[in-house]
Design a protein around this ligand. Structure first.
Ligand code: HEM
Ligand SMILES: [Cu+2]
Length: 551
């Protein structure tokens, strides 16, 4: 048996490969790598659409009067912006990463159920388009926010059956079904298909976090999907699940919704933790500090995430004793999360940092995440939450998580694995420009939302008191900078995909099975399946990682 040490692998010759014909990406392919790229590109399309909605909202909010769009359109815009950002962008883009990377990282040839995988993907453009159509539907657009609480969401004064809210609810249910299919596939793949030698504590951190996230999908999504279907029946078919005048309960809907939608935050952030855990060791040239603690803490987050949802309902008539319980369980999550932050800081501490674009986004994302964590603990405490509930403080907090940490982490991952996925190198200069514009835009857009929220500016409004104008002008300028920041990004990705230099198999000299195959990898990934003999983060060591790799 050949023992492949990092040195030996670095000096290996890899065959020249290229991506399949572009038509493959418009076909029902069952190759996990094609599906991964399909997910990622589709998600970026919806990212741009929902981003344009955000630009219109920030344009509206640059002055106190509702002068750019009327209130109905504003309501529809924030409903669609929020919904499409979550269901059309964040979940699909992360599903794309999971699809592309998991089989490569665990030394498998594909996912466990390749055809189910393709079906789950093709539902994304279908429900994505339904969301956009619901904007234009007869009887008015969906405009009750992405949470869609009754009784607001079940009013249908126009009497049209296929109204915006109806299409919206169908799309949410389809998105739930698609994600459940994805989760079954991903969890099965990770549990059953790790290559020989890859015990749980030799499995990369990214794979662990993806599994943790998908377990949440499995227990949470049925609740969300059931809630959406029941709401659809209340809206259109005369049932009264959530109608108090007929013995139903609107608060019941909130339980269905938040039982999933709080854990959903961890579905989004856990894989980003995984990306950080892969990126920091590579660009700091050090092993991941406390690898075992990092992976175990992901599973602790899964367990805790199931018992915190009521913190979204502190102001919904929840009795004080119950508020106390959910306040403490919420705060407990900061323990496993804080452990991860310490592990990353210890990983970069004293390392030889290489500040490539991917590393810059990971560092920026870490800083933003720490800031968001602080405002998160503030929100978890009942007295603060009661005070700032439904103000811009909340909007500032969650955009710091969602943009500052999640989008940054995704960008970090896109740059890091771009050479592997496309076989091309990106332009580093444009990447750095993209990073600095994004950092500036994020700060200017979302930081001012905190003071203006504390001053009492309500959220979900198209107009506001002139005393809030200063902070809103800043936020809008930041929003436009953020919008512009995506231009160098898209130029870079498209330009280098077409014209970039050929990428070597392992441009960052990383350890990890995905770097031990050509860029892009060939159809079945590995000529001969690897046998893993070491932990995944042996930077600075020269022990063998695998046996039997390649031909
Ligand atoms: C340039 C970037 C962005 C800007 C300027 C922006 C702006 C806004 C604004 C003005 C609202 C309405 C807030 C309200 O009235 O309460 C909003 C809501 C929302 N945004 Fe964004 N956003 C951006 C990026 C994102 C991203 C990347 C995501 C998710 C991945 C996201 C998720 C949401 C969600 C879920 C809501 C609605 C949630 C709620 O109000 O409960 N946003 N955003
Ligand atoms: Cu929550």
């Amino acid at each position: 048996m050949t023992q492949a040490s990092p040195e030996a692998l670095r000096d290996r010759e890899y065959p020249l490969t290229s991506l399949p014909n572009w038509r493959t990406f418009f076909s029902f392919s069952t190759d996990h790598k094609v599906i991964g790229i399909q997910y990622i590109v589709t998600a970026f399309f919806f990212f741009v659409v929902a981003g344009i909605f955000a630009m219109i909202m920030r344009g509206e909010l640059i002055t106190p009067e509702p002068d750019l769009v009327d209130r109905t359109v504003y309501n529809a815009l924030f409903t669609m912006h929020g919904t499409i950002m979550l269901f059309g962008w964040t979940f699909p883009v992360l599903a794309g990463f999971a699809n592309y990377l998991v089989p490569l990282m665990i030394g498998a040839r594909d996912m466990a159920f390749p055809r189910l995988n393709a079906v789950a993907f093709w539902m994304v453009p279908v429900f994505g388009i339904l969301f956009i159509l619901s904007f234009l539907a007869p009887g008015g657009p969906a405009q009750s926010g992405w949470w869609s609480y009754p009784p607001v969401s079940v009013q249908n004064p126009s009497g049209v059956l296929l109204n915006g809210e109806f299409l919206w609810l169908v799309a949410v249910a389809l998105s739930g079904v698609s994600s459940i299919m994805g989760a079954v596939n991903i969890v099965t793949t990770i549990v059953r298909m790790r290559c020989e030698g890859m015990g749980w504590f030799k499995t990369p951190a990214f794979v662990w976090t993806v599994m943790a996230a998908q377990i949440i999908q499995l227990f949470g999504l049925p609740a969300l999907t059931a809630g959406a279907v029941m709401l659809l029946f209340d809206l259109s078919f005369g049932t009264t699940f959530f109608d108090p005048s007929q013995g139903g309960s609107p608060v019941l809907y909130q339980h269905f919704f938040w039982f999933y939608s709080h854990p959903a935050v961890y579905v989004m952030i856990l894989p980003v933790f995984g990306i950080f855990s892969e990126v920091f060791p590579v660009y700091a040239r050090k092993p991941l500090f406390g690898y075992k603690v990092v992976v175990i803490s992901s599973m602790i987050i899964v367990a805790l995430s199931a018992v915190v949802w009521v913190h979204h309902m502190f102001a919904s008539g929840t009795p004080p004793w119950m508020r106390m319980l959910f306040m403490f369980s919420t705060m407990l999550i900061s323990v496993p999360t804080g452990i991860k932050v310490f592990a990353w800081v210890a990983t970069i501490w004293g390392g030889k940092l290489r500040l490539d674009t991917s590393m810059l986004f990971a560092l920026g994302g870490l800083v933003n995440f720490v800031f968001a964590g602080i405002t998160g603990i503030m929100l978890a405490s009942v007295p603060v939450d009661i005070h700032v509930n439904n103000t811009y403080f909340v909007v500032g907090h969650f955009h710091y998580v969602i943009y500052g940490a999640i989008v940054f982490g995704i960008y970090s991952g896109v740059y890091h694995w771009f050479p592997k996925m496309t076989g091309k190198m990106y332009y580093e200069g444009l990447g750095k420009l993209h990073f600095w514009l994004t950092m500036l835009g994020t700060t200017l857009n979302f930081l001012p939302m905190h003071p203006v929220g504390l001053m009492g500016m309500p959220r979900r409004v198209a107009s506001y008191d002139p005393e809030f104008a200063f902070w809103n002008v800043l936020a809008s300028i930041g929003g436009f900078i953020l919008g512009m920041s995506t231009i160098p990004f898209l130029l870079n990705m498209i330009g280098s995909w077409i014209n970039g230099e050929q990428a070597p198999a392992n441009p960052w000299r990383a350890i990890g099975l995905e770097w031990l195959v050509p860029s892009p990898p060939e159809h079945e990934n590995f000529e001969e399946l690897p046998v893993v003999v070491a932990e995944p983060y042996g930077y600075g060591k020269s022990e063998p990682l695998t046996e039997n790799l390649g031909g």
